[in-house]
Design a protein around this ligand. Structure first.
Ligand SMILES: Cc1ncc(COP(=O)(O)O)c(C=O)c1O
Ligand SMILES: N[C@@H](CCCC[NH3+])C(=O)O
Length: 427
């Protein structure tokens, strides 16, 4: 459920008509609903109630910042009790700037630089998820040389097919993430012996937009066995990070497991583990909390196929359709009831700048407004300035009020950061 609904024939975000936002901020613009973000954070936490009960500990819900790093969004979620899963120094600083306490920050990522490891140490974050023995040794050496101890888990690669798009699958043997399960005991033993590290558990994340619990359950079973093996090896295991990945509905008929079903599965899978659990949900919290509001530039007819509805948003603003062939529902802000079959495209000079092909949508004309739905996760955060289009602004709605929470960055502001060197200047 989200808070983008029609009232008197017009699409609203909570109690704000989207046409008002378009008038005041311009298009394209990302629009987020505070109430939806808060609701999703609450529902996810409620879904984990059986887990909290079974483990007698409140799990840490560390929002995956990569899915929506906007400071205001992070602030909403931090106030709702979430921590943050970060994958770069930039995300770490953002999370802390938004108010996420350091001890609720987990640092994932396969290529943390030395400077990023140092930043995590300086900020005294709650947990590093180590992805290689090389990274573990580097972190241990850095920490020990400064008389510090880094709290850490070892991310394992369970070699499970998450049954999702291949580009967002992370838990198969050939993927770059984590330590192969067969090597986990050996690497854990090597790193656990190092001064500077408190290697206290394991982490796993097998992929994103999962619509089936079975691969997760298989991966968690492997984690459970590993925890038992590590304890048999004499290690103290107090923390397990089960990652994110729960999918959302992009298209009618796609039915992801509910947070309650997910929580029930986790409770089953983790019986007897006796650890602190961390979760790293991104999409399930932010996905349906945002839309990309756009205006039709013109409707081009007369080709071989259906008309092209050319909108002012493009693949640089919302990359998912071009990158993964992803579906985003497309609805008029003021639908007339008439429908049309169209290709929905952006203005960029690539055929891949196509949001929908041969799709039945609300009939639209030049100048009218429409939204791409489910754009709150992996939307603005993946934007580029391709074709010198600048960056789209972001708006957060809260009841009857809204605020611009990220300015539009026009193409000339980006150009301001560039220069022509002296040796190219004419004399
Ligand atoms: C390590 C890690 N944690 C969490 C997430 C968040 O995933 P999702 O947005 O699917 O919940 C990702 C992205 O797939 C990830 O790579
Ligand atoms: N960017 C992807 C998700 C990647 C998840 C990152 N581990 C998407 O839009 O679906």
């Amino acid at each position: 459920m989200d808070h983008f609904t029609y009232k008197n024939g017009e699409l609203y975000a909570e109690d704000v008509p989207l046409s008002r936002i378009a008038d005041e901020v311009g298009t394209p613009v990302y629009v987020y609903s505070r109430a939806t973000l808060e609701r999703h954070a609450r529902v996810f936490r409620e879904g984990l109630a059986p887990v909290a009960q079974a483990t007698r500990r409140e799990p840490l819900v560390a929002f995956a910042v990569k899915s929506n790093p906007n400071l205001a969004v992070l602030r909403v979620l931090s106030r709702a009790g979430c921590g943050a899963d970060v994958v770069s120094g930039g995300e770490l600083v953002r999370a802390m700037t938004a108010g996420v306490p350091a001890d609720k920050i987990v640092f994932s990522g396969v290529g943390k630089t030395r400077a990023e490891l140092q930043l995590g140490l300086d900020r005294q974050i709650g947990q590093f998820n180590i992805e290689s023995s090389e990274e573990g040794r580097e972190l241990a050496e850095l920490a020990a040389s400064q008389g510090r101890v880094a709290q850490a888990t070892l991310r394992i690669n369970p070699d499970v097919d998450a049954k999702t798009h291949e580009k967002i699958s992370t838990g198969r043997a050939e993927n770059k993430f984590g330590i192969p399960l067969v090597r986990a005991r050996e690497v854990f033993g090597e790193l656990a012996a190092l001064e500077g590290l408190n290697l206290r558990g394991v982490a796993v994340h097998i992929g994103s937009q999962l619509l089936d619990l079975e691969p997760l359950e298989t991966a968690f079973a492997k984690v459970g066995q590993l925890v038992a093996d590590l304890r048999a090896d004499g290690h103290t295991i107090t923390h397990v990070d089960l990652g994110g990945g729960l999918g959302v509905t992009y298209k009618d008929g796609e039915v992801p497991p509910t947070p309650a079903e997910y929580g029930a599965m986790v409770a089953r899978a983790t019986v007897g583990w006796d650890v602190h659990l961390t979760f790293e949900p991104g999409r399930v919290i932010a996905g349906n909390a945002g839309v990309l509001l756009t205006r039709v530039v013109r409707v081009k007819r007369g080709g071989n196929g259906p008309p092209f509805v050319i909108v002012d948003a493009a693949m640089n603003d919302l990359a998912r359709p071009a990158m993964y062939g992803a579906w985003h529902d497309f609805d008029a802000v003021m639908p007339t009831g008439e429908r049309m079959v169209a290709n929905i495209v952006g203005p960029i000079c690539e055929t891949g700048d196509t949001f929908a092909t041969d799709r039945e949508v609300d009939a639209l004309q030049s100048g009218e407004l429409a939204v791409f739905r489910t754009a709150g996760a992996y939307g603005a955060t993946m934007a580029s300035s391709y074709n010198s289009r600048g960056f789209v602004p972001e708006v957060l709605v809260d009841g009857e009020q809204f605020a611009v929470v990220a300015d539009r960055i026009p193409a000339d502001a980006i150009m301001d950061a560039e220069r022509v060197p002296d040796f190219l200047l004419d004399d």
